[in-house]
Design a protein around this ligand. Structure first.
Ligand SMILES: Nc1nc2c(ncn2[C@@H]2O[C@H](COP(=O)(O)OP(=O)(O)OP(=O)(O)O)[C@@H](O)[C@H]2O)c(=O)[nH]1
Ligand SMILES: [Mg+2]
Length: 460
């Protein structure tokens, strides 16, 4: 696709730094960057993909701005597929803005968020899975997420989806031939062959969906809600996880008044953790926090950490809070074991909460953290699963389309089983095909494209 305008933007972080990079992309990028070039050689004669040092000069006033490296990358061998120039200057806020203003004065336009990558996509330099992989890589919250994203950029997801599309096309070719030329001697598929071929596609999709499900929490993270009576150590627990004094801790019950939310990583899992005001059993829970609000945050949570203060006697007679979380993933922490380590009391609580994960704990020191982290990972990640093998579709948009394609394939398979006419089978196969094509970006509309690329940061 040919764009007539040339866009520019800083592509490194903003703020004082050793080096910043400004990128220009478009037909006139060499011409425009050349206006600021204060080096010895004629700018246009510089070889592609070669870094050359020269002055950066204001072509209107003649003022010297900085010294920098200029790199011309002639299309199509560039990020966007267009002629690109990158200027590496010192990372001065004033200097960078000066250069950008000049580029604009000389005919460039400031790039919108994601516009470089959008051009790369429209010029066929990358498909949508790779484009979305770039966002995931930039935003990766841990090494595993980074690895998924890097593989996506490497093309793993693209090729697995593309293979399935090719397999669908192959069956369609057979079916169409027998529909269009029923009298002729074209090769046809028996019901068994149709079943076998379409079933293989179903299995391929199932595998992709399974991998996507297995990696869900690694990618999307979890919400952890800390609940318990006042003074049991909820805020101390939050602080211990964060390794900082984030929440106020005191021995006065009712210290935390509102919820406190923070982000952290537990093992492989990114998590949002929410500390709450203690819930007093003696008081009317409904009045205290508003049942709807409590239910809402409980419902949204993937894991409840329910804390009990071992140094106080725990009364079971009024398990209102517990009733609310009965059906949730939860871990019960018997806190303050450093003060009181009484086996009978622990046994008594364990007996009451049979079937629950119950861990002795103390927020004084880190010695109980490892076990807790393992338990959390066990709940959300299948540790026996090999996360290195194959494609992991982690993007929510792509996952939704996979599910949709799976339904179409299932319908096609049912048509085969019920020995319906080939017409019925092909309709669903075509729908499955175009749904999968949307994943890699072969037939996405402008709105979807806008939505995807607007998620990028400026300069990407
Ligand atoms: N010995 C001991 N004291 C603890 C432990 N955890 C918390 N405490 C103490 O218990 C008191 C209450 O701790 P917080 O973390 O404020 O408890 P909370 O559950 O957030 O209390 P509220 O916000 O009032 O609901 C403080 O004096 C803490 O120092 C622990 O594991 N061992
Ligand atoms: Mg608190």
């Amino acid at each position: 696709m040919k764009f007539t305008d040339t866009i520019c933007s800083i592509i490194t972080g903003i703020g004082p730094s050793a080096v910043s990079i400004i990128r220009l992309s478009g037909e006139d990028s060499i011409e425009i960057a050349g206006k600021l070039w204060g080096g010895k050689r004629e700018f246009k004669s510089i070889e592609s993909h070669r870094a050359v040092l020269g002055n950066i000069v204001d072509n209107y006033s003649g003022q010297l701005i900085d010294e920098g490296l200029f790199i011309i990358m002639k299309g199509p061998k560039s990020y966007t597929g267009e002629d690109v120039v990158e200027i590496q200057s010192h990372g001065s806020f004033i200097g960078i803005n000066y250069i950008l203003e000049l580029l604009i004065k000389n005919g460039a336009r400031h790039a919108e968020a994601g516009e470089f990558t959008k051009r790369a996509f429209l010029n066929g330099k990358l498909d949508l899975t790779k484009a979305e992989g770039i966002i995931d890589l930039i935003e990766a919250k841990n090494k595993q997420g980074l690895q998924f994203a890097a593989k996506t950029i490497g093309g793993t997801n693209f090729s697995e989806v593309n293979n399935i599309i090719s397999n669908i096309v192959e069956i369609l070719a057979y079916l169409e031939a027998s529909i269009d030329f029923p009298e002729d001697d074209v090769p046809t598929l028996s019901t068994e062959e149709k079943f076998e071929k379409i079933n293989r596609i179903k299995e391929d999709l199932q595998l992709l969906l399974l991998r996507s499900e297995k990696s869900k929490y690694i990618n999307e993270g979890i919400r952890i809600l800390i609940l318990g009576e006042p003074n049991v150590g909820k805020s101390s627990f939050l602080n211990l996880l964060l390794n900082e004094e984030r929440a106020i801790v005191s021995d006065i019950p009712g210290t935390t008044r509102d919820t406190i939310e923070e982000y952290l990583t537990i093992g492989k899992i990114p998590a949002k953790i929410i500390d709450t005001a203690g819930i007093r059993k003696s008081e009317d829970l409904i009045e205290k926090i508003g049942i709807e609000k409590a239910k809402d945050s409980i419902e949204k949570a993937d894991l409840i950490i329910y804390m009990i203060d071992l140094s106080q006697e725990y009364f079971f007679d009024n398990d209102e809070i517990f009733d609310l979380i009965r059906n949730k993933n939860k871990i019960i922490l018997l806190n303050k074991i450093d003060i009181l380590n009484k086996d009978e009391e622990i046994d008594r609580i364990k007996k009451h909460f049979t079937g629950e994960i119950i861990l002795p704990f103390s927020t004084k020191g880190k010695r109980y953290l490892d076990i807790l982290e393992k338990e959390i990972e066990n709940i959300f990640i299948d540790s026996s699963y090999d996360f290195n093998e194959g494609a992991f579709i982690t993007n929510v948009r792509q996952k939704g389309l996979l599910e949709k394609a799976f339904i179409f394939i299932n319908q096609a398979l049912n048509s085969v089983i019920n020995e319906m006419e080939d017409d019925f089978i092909t309709i669903d196969l075509y729908d499955a095909k175009s749904t999968l094509e949307e994943i890699i970006g072969n037939n996405v509309n402008e709105d979807i494209m806008h939505e995807i690329f607007s998620k990028f940061c400026i300069g990407k």
